[in-house]
Design a binder for this molecule. Structure first.
Ligand code: COA
Length: 260
């Protein structure tokens, strides 16, 4: 697969996707969004890949937003398609069925913050900065920011970030629960890989059911979510990994999961 604006690597069961337009601070133009769609379809279909990490090339930006050159040309009709296409790509990531970790290595603004929010959780470098600066451009977030930010953090704080367009640093992002951990820039990717390897060492059917159940909690009333959880919980008992995991515990040895 040939990409212009993305670097895609697979190391054992971990995929690393780097958005690669550093001279434009990795801004998301249409081509980059199409390539993201293509690469995440590949990750979804590739049985060798268990976990993906999404990051940006360079030391300055994860993604500094949608490409403002393209935004500037939109009208009422094309803007709806623009938002729906981006939302579709971000929904693909959220509903990938495999964990996606955002390793936020610099600016994550507008569409960049929204892209990080579509991932299942976020770690960041010390120089990372987050924001939804769309109001500075006379627009509102269009790739899910009004929905996912308010679900991820306290809704009043999300409201303030969106309405003021303020940029927050990595420590503040950690304090409000937007990122799980902050690392020095030069350690970020290795630390993200360490987390990915931990996830990859578990029973993958259980990992995927757990992921599915938590993702569903965003959209289901708690009663329906609990029913869904009980169904997926019982399905685990039909797997070899369940026998292996519980037997290994009882036999005081490390489990060898096969994802079956
Ligand atoms: N779309 C298109 N190009 C962008 C961009 C974006 N969202 N963000 C940065 N760039 C480009 C700049 O135009 C510049 O290109 P040039 O060298 O060809 O002029 C290059 O990336 C470097 O950016 P620059 O602004 O010079 O870097 P900086 O360190 O001075 O400022 C930011 C960094 C992130 C504060 C600033 O680039 C910025 O505010 N970007 C837009 C953020 C935004 O509003 N995003 C939401 C869009 S909905």
């Amino acid at each position: 697969m040939e990409f212009q604006n993305i670097v895609f690597e697979v190391e054992e069961s971990i995929a690393v996707v780097k958005i690669n337009r550093p001279n434009k601070l990795n801004a998301l133009n249409e081509q980059t969004l199409k390539e993201l769609q293509e690469v995440f379809n590949e990750i979804q279909n590739n049985e060798r890949i268990y976990v993906a990490i999404l990051t940006g090339e360079g030391e300055k930006a994860f993604v500094a937003g949608a490409d403002i050159n393209e935004l500037n040309k939109l009208d009422v009709i094309s803007a709806k398609k623009f938002a729906e296409f981006g939302q579709g790509v971000f929904n693909l990531i959220e509903n990938l069925g495999k964990p996606v970790i955002a390793a936020v290595n610099g600016f994550a603004l507008g569409g960049g913050c929204e892209l990080a929010l579509a991932c299942h959780f976020r770690v960041a470098s010390e120089n990372a900065k987050f924001g939804q600066p769309e109001v500075n451009l006379g627009i509102i977030p269009g790739y899910g920011g009004t929905q996912r930010l308010a679900r991820q953090i306290n809704s009043g704080r999300a409201m303030q970030i969106i309405l003021t367009g303020e940029m927050i640093d990595a420590n503040e992002a950690y304090r409000i629960g937007l990122v799980n951990k902050v690392f020095p820039q030069n350690e970020l990717l290795d630390k993200a890989k360490e987390i990915a390897r931990t996830i990859a060492s578990k029973g993958q059917i259980a990992v995927r059911y757990a992921l599915q159940a938590v993702v569903a909690s965003n959209n289901l009333p708690v009663e329906d979510g609990l029913k869904y959880e009980a169904s997926l919980f019982s399905l685990c008992m039909g797997t070899e990994d369940f026998k292996e995991g519980t037997s290994a515990f009882l036999e005081k040895r490390k489990p060898e999961f096969k994802g079956k």
